[in-house]
Ligand binder design. Structure first.
Ligand code: SOE
Length: 386
């Protein structure tokens, strides 16, 4: 695993726990974690259960005893590491968004296509696809339970930037993160809406805005808990992204519109990813802050019996749930990372293409890029290259 920040902790948990709860077709071992700061990465290895720590990722991906490379660094290094790892014949799991630009994502997708010819797999870490309630939403839509899709509402709202004196972390720097709320959390809303509906956005129109344009630089540390210095720097990414999109239609059906909001200034909203799909026969609504539930409306029932009902997604027959606790016991944020490991390792062992592929990640990158261009040109509709 290359990187050892917040996502490093989450992925380590996934690698460590998945083989203990699921019967995997191959057993991953947690060999090496890589980071630039030798002391810090050695401490991370000990804390999270990696056998070794190293400071040079190039040396590590050249090793014959490494089969999988998991990339959890900021976006500015994804392309270089992923392409090198795929060329070295390693299966690659890469955190979202796939890259910082469409050009990088295209190069990564080309490398993944070449590697696939040799049986080498690549996957992007849009982990929320693997929250059981989100997977169930997709299964219900795919089974026709909401009928023809008419409208999609997608939002991802957090508030961790509302303090205007919060430090200028890497997520606020375009050269490190690519974009702001748009790529960090809007990318999840785009991917999850497409996963649940089975549709792809064809065009978008949107606007980006930066609410706090200057913040204290970080004196020490890398994240929000780092200490602020007296010097200030410019925020070079969006704080808020608001956009609409038109999905392609399935089998000549109506091509629905979707509305999107991504913000880290929604005071009081902590990790509020919500996807609601309205159809001719019903509706589903997934809400990450209530991740063990799925709201389902069945419009085929007599009007006197209709109403959104809450499905508690904690039964052994629900996706992924049977491997965990007895019926009725809840799962949390970290379980999605185990499910990601299960699906990735299974695809490698069974020689199938895991989802989301790098091509799926490239598509999301093109959506993000189209929103940025729409905003820059005054919110015109921008088509998304397929
Ligand atoms: C911060 O906004 C963040 O950690 C994102 O980077 C993640 O992708 C999201 O899952 C939770 O919020």
């Amino acid at each position: 695993m290359i990187g050892y920040g917040f996502m490093g902790a989450a992925h380590s948990q996934g690698w460590r726990v998945a083989p203990r709860f699921f019967d995997l077709p191959a057993q991953p071992s947690m060999s090496v974690v890589v980071g630039r700061n030798s002391g810090a990465v050695t401490a991370a290895a000990a804390k999270w259960g990696w056998e070794e720590a190293a400071t040079d990722w190039r040396e590590v991906i050249a090793r014959d005893d490494i089969d999988i490379v998991d990339i959890v660094t900021p976006g500015d290094t994804h392309a270089e590491i992923a392409i090198a790892a795929l060329e070295a014949g390693k299966h690659v799991l890469c955190e979202k968004p796939l890259a910082n630009s469409v050009a990088e994502a295209e190069a990564m997708t080309d490398a993944a296509a070449r590697a696939a010819e040799r049986g080498v797999r690549a996957m992007v870490g849009f982990t929320y696809r693997r929250v059981p309630a989100a997977t169930l939403a997709r299964d219900l839509v795919a089974a026709g339970r909401v009928g023809e899709i008419r409208q999609v509402r997608a939002s991802y709202r957090q508030d961790w930037l509302s303090d205007a004196e919060g430090p200028l972390t890497w997520r606020l720097q375009k050269e490190r993160a690519g974009s702001g709320a748009l790529g960090d959390i809007g990318a999840h809303a785009v991917d999850l809406s497409e996963y649940i509906t089975g549709l792809r956005l064809q065009s978008v129109s949107g606007i980006l805005d930066t609410i706090v344009t200057e913040r204290p630089l970080l004196a020490e540390g890398i994240g929000l808990s780092g200490t602020a210095s007296a010097e200030r720097g410019a925020v070079t990414v969006d704080d808020v992204a608001i956009f609409s999109g038109r999905y392609g239609s399935a089998n000549g059906a109506y091509a629905p519109l979707g509305t999107f909001e991504a913000t880290r200034f929604a005071t009081g909203r902590k990790n509020a990813l919500r996807i609601e799909v309205s159809g001719s026969l019903g509706a589903v609504a997934f809400y990450l802050e209530r991740m063990n539930e799925l709201d389902f409306f069945d419009a085929t029932l007599p009007p006197t019996e209709q109403g959104f009902r809450k499905i508690l997604v904690t039964e052994p027959d629900h996706p992924y749930v049977g491997a965990w606790w007895p019926a009725g016991h809840m799962l949390g944020y970290e379980h999605g990372f185990s499910h990601q490991v299960v699906d990735f390792v299974t695809a490698i062992a069974e020689q199938t293409q895991p989802h989301p592929s790098f091509a799926d990640g490239l598509h999301v990158q093109r959506v993000l890029d189209a929103v940025e261009r729409s905003s820059a040109t005054g919110s015109s509709w921008v088509p998304i290259q397929s």
